[in-house]
Design a binder for this molecule. Structure first.
Ligand code: NAD
Length: 476
């Protein structure tokens, strides 16, 4: 059987994979079956078909919005544009959002959207038409709004699509003072927050950096503490993968391979990520990058020698057929659902440390939360305190200089005096969230003797959701 057919034969419901992970975690908790069922199930699934005129033809577009949980409102989750979009996938991604938000203390229920198109072949003009029509369909059914359901970017979408969504929402909701908060991931010029674009990749970096600081875990996989010098492979050079690669590179990790759709490139001495991007922009492909080896079968890049493997493209890329050949000691799930449950078992037995998606890629929704808060407060982060902090710091430095009878060099002074800008506050909030989230999961894993970080992360999420149901008085 060819590989393609083999993976088709293995095709199973993505949603049932998440249910399996959920059920493993539920064994550590004494919660009534009915409550667990309520948490697991999707609260609302909206499947739509709408016509769009493309050229001279009318094309019927299939699209979804799934609200997995209403235990907190609004619901929140990205919108994916891909020809592979289907109901099972959108339901699963919505469920992951619920657990993710709970883990990082972001007060939203999980949601996800999807449009079944290939954004690589549809023109920008038609993507705009489809995006605007999709938004008006969501408005018709009350599936979008600052307090209802707030989309964001995901695979195949970015700032451009978010600004079309905002513009459509605004024009159909005249006078809505909080309209900006109907969608996050917008350009900064249209109410976005500085630091959102790179947030998921930066969150992935913070999470893995924290794991690499842990002596016990590093000892268990035979690695030194710290990120410096660690060999990293990244699959997918899109929004998440590109930013993650940049932050790992800047921190001294060695990016030995990068994989894209058309193939992968490898250099055991390390690839310069920004030069790879320049090469990609110039040639349309990462292949044939100077001083690197091409790997035609892009999936093979996952099996190369490395310390850390970061799948940042799509789900189910590590499965039972390649899990045994994976050489990485740490897998950081930047993408949603990149490791199937069978592969998870195989890798667990091999002692591979897997940092799960429901924690590791939560940086995007965390900063989306900051953007939403900014939009509702109608004020830029740092506006109130920047000058105040600078004045206070100036006075403090003057006192220090006078009492020490010493002048602080001007460059050092500038650094100390500076009040916080929006980007500083956003990154600091993200870093704190990712570090806290990691330790909550790790502590729970240790105290309940849970087999791995994924199950511990699910236990944490379920506990938090039950907690909020109890606070609402729904489940006394
Ligand atoms: P993106 O569309 O910006 O990038 C995806 C990249 O993967 C593209 O460059 C694409 O060419 C590449 N790719 C596609 N198929 C591939 C293959 N077979 N091998 C190698 N590369 C391939 O999408 P993104 O926003 O970076 O999302 C990537 C993953 O991260 C998805 O699973 C998404 O759900 C998840 N995620 C994204 C965010 C976010 O903020 N964007 C947040 C959380 C999770």
């Amino acid at each position: 059987m060819s590989k393609k057919n083999q993976s088709k034969a293995d095709a199973y419901s993505f949603f049932s994979c998440i249910e399996k992970n959920f059920d493993k975690a539920a064994r550590y908790l004494s919660i009534k079956k009915g409550l667990l069922e309520q948490i697991k199930s999707c609260n609302a699934v909206y499947r739509m078909h709408f016509p769009v005129k493309i050229g001279k033809e009318i094309q019927v577009i299939e699209a979804y919005r799934v609200q997995h949980s209403h235990h907190k409102l609004p619901c929140k989750g990205g919108i994916r544009y891909s020809i592979k979009v289907n109901q099972d996938e959108v339901m699963t991604l919505a469920a992951l959002m619920t657990y993710k938000c709970a883990i990082v203390d972001v007060p939203f229920g999980g949601a996800k959207g999807g449009i079944k198109i290939d954004p690589q072949i549809v023109s920008a003009e038609n993507i705009e038409k489809i995006t605007r029509r999709y938004t008006s369909e969501l408005i018709k059914k009350n599936f979008i709004g600052p307090g209802i359901d707030v989309p964001a970017p995901d695979y195949g979408t970015g700032e451009r699509e978010m600004s079309w969504i905002f513009d459509t929402f605004l024009s159909l909701s005249p006078g809505e003072v909080d309209a900006l908060a109907c969608v996050t991931g917008k350009p900064v010029s249209q109410g976005g927050v500085r630091g959102r674009k790179e947030a998921t990749g930066l969150g992935v970096f913070y999470g893995i950096r924290e794991l690499c600081k842990m002596k016990e875990e590093m000892l268990s996989v035979g690695l030194d503490v710290g990120l410096n010098g660690k060999k990293v492979i990244i699959q997918g050079l899109g929004n998440v993968g590109y930013h993650a690669a940049t932050f790992f590179h800047e921190a001294g990790a060695i990016i030995v391979a990068l994989a894209e759709r058309e193939g992968a490139i490898y250099n055991k001495k390390g690839l310069n990520v920004s030069n790879v991007i320049l090469h990609l922009k110039k040639t349309g492909s990462i292949l044939n990058f100077p001083e690197s080896k091409n790997i035609e079968d892009t999936e093979k890049a996952l099996e190369l020698e490395c310390d850390i493997l970061i799948p940042a493209a799509l789900e189910n890329v590590i499965h039972k057929h390649n899990a045994n050949r994976i050489k990485a000691k740490i897998i950081g799930e930047a993408a949603n659902g990149p490791v199937t449950p069978e592969a998870d078992d195989i890798l667990g037995k091999k002692g591979v440390l897997i940092v799960p998606d429901i924690y590791l890629n939560a940086g995007g929704v965390t900063v989306s939360y900051f953007e939403w808060l900014k939009n509702l407060s109608h004020v830029r982060y740092g506006r109130m305190e920047k000058r105040f902090s600078e004045n206070m710091n100036t006075e403090l430095l003057q006192v220090i200089e006078t009492s020490c009878r010493k002048k602080i060099p001007i460059e050092e002074k500038k650094m100390i005096l500076r009040g916080p800008r929006e980007i500083d506050l956003v990154r600091s909030g993200l870093e704190d969230t990712m570090i806290n989230g990691f330790h909550k999961i790790r502590d729970l894993k240790k105290s309940l003797k849970i087999e791995n970080l994924r199950t511990a992360a699910f236990v944490l999420a379920i506990n938090k959701i039950i907690d909020s149901y109890e606070k609402l008085g729904i489940f006394p």
